[in-house]
Design a protein around this ligand. Structure first.
Ligand code: FES
Ligand code: FES
Length: 155
């Protein structure tokens, strides 16, 4: 039996009826069309599905939609600013930190969450914050450089 939930996504309020076993990831991608959040492993290992829920990064494949009732969610679609790309997105482009792009939304949301709580992280802190986000393309160095670059521009 479906349950009616209300949640805020990227500043917009949604009221949706969801089955009890629907994940937040599937709600975002398949019910609401927010396909920037990627589905990799679907079991909490890869971080491709990372979104920010009430200020903290979570694997949306491990969160049931009903658990997101009343919560505030930020997905990659909500990261861009009125002026265009967010400085973290811009840094990823400039540093060559995007190859296939599958991990990128999750990486950017994990990085955003890190820089909000720690605006000038060390390289080790960046690597720790991104340790739940797997990338099969870049070797991570360019991603770390992009986050460092963004932290310098933002602080
Ligand atoms: S799809 Fe959620 S952690 Fe991989
Ligand atoms: S850029 Fe391809 S998985 Fe990271």
């Amino acid at each position: 039996m479906k349950r009616l939930i209300t949640l805020t996504i990227n500043g917009k309020e949604y009221e949706v009826a969801v089955p009890p076993n629907l994940t937040l990831l599937d709600l975002l991608r398949y019910e609401l069309g927010l396909t920037g959040t990627k589905k990799g492993c679907d079991v909490g290992d890869c971080g491709a599905c990372t979104v920010i829920m009430d200020g903290k990064p979570v694997n949306s494949c491990l969160v049931l939609a009903v658990q997101a009732d009343g919560r505030d969610i930020l997905t990659i679609e909500g990261v861009e600013t009125e002026e265009g790309l967010h400085p973290i997105q811009q840094a990823f482009v400039e540093k060559g930190a995007v190859q296939c792009g599958f991990c990128t939304p999750g990486m950017i949301l994990s990085a955003k969450s890190l820089l909000e709580r720690n605006p000038r992280p060390t390289e080790e802190e960046i690597r720790t914050a991104l340790s739940g986000n797997l990338c099969r393309c870049t070797g991570y160095q360019k991603i770390v450089e992009a986050v460092k670059d963004a932290s310098e521009k933002l602080s």
